[in-house]
Design a protein around this ligand. Structure first.
Ligand SMILES: [Zn+2]
Ligand SMILES: [Zn+2]
Length: 201
């Protein structure tokens, strides 16, 4: 079974990953026993734009990486990301803080290695493959850190699963109970709000 290709377009990858570096020292070649770990605290002072939504990362993003050779030209890198993302709830607009923490597995291989033919990981689709030209003594994993960050952000922020949202007529927060505007004339001042009220999916 082929490994899962990266799901994000490379343009989106480059935009963010250009602004930082995550240089990971690699274990000696031929040494499949040693696992080298490194950690970074990335600031992201302007937050992160993803799918039309600006997420603020007030505490930045904590990244831990662990690299280990599986074969001569096949390197596994586990990235562990942990961060708080702040964005408005898609239904009620309330500022919502999400605590996000997860691991992503990458498999770096150098050009020429046919992934899947003679590797034991051919059947493991939990790894995301990254083809690189050649391996040096270090590896900049910033593009994959950036990709992981975007993959872990939700496409829709909700303050809670069953958020009732805002009344499209009066703008009242329906999480605080039903509003009293049923059957009344639509207040023209809230017509604008109604138009921008998020569609339920
Ligand atoms: Zn909400
Ligand atoms: Zn109402």
């Amino acid at each position: 079974m082929p490994v899962t290709p990266s799901v994000l377009p490379s343009k989106q990858l480059l935009n963010g990953a250009d602004s930082f570096r995550c240089i990971l020292p690699l274990p000696p070649r031929n040494d499949t026993e040693t696992r080298i770990e490194e950690a970074w605290q990335l600031p992201f002072p302007e937050g992160v734009d993803f799918e039309g939504q600006r997420f603020l990362l007030p505490e930045g993003c904590c990244v831990r990486a662990a690299a280990q050779w599986l074969e001569l030209s096949l390197l596994s890198v586990m990235l562990s990301l942990s961060f708080k993302a702040v964005a408005p709830c898609a239904r009620c607009m309330k500022e919502t803080t999400l605590a996000i923490s997860d691991d992503l597995m990458y498999l770096y291989y150098s050009c020429g290695l046919e992934l899947g033919k003679d590797t034991e990981l051919a059947s493991d689709d939990g790894f995301m493959p990254v083809e690189i030209e050649f391996f040096g003594r270090t590896l900049d994993v910033a593009p994959q850190v950036w990709e992981s960050l975007l993959l872990l952000l939700p496409s829709k922020v909700l303050c809670r699963e069953d958020c009732a949202g805002l009344c499209p007529r009066c703008g009242a927060d329906l999480n605080e109970g039903p509003c009293s505007c049923k059957g009344e004339e639509l207040d023209p001042r809230f017509e604008v709000l109604r138009q921008f009220s998020p569609e339920e999916s």
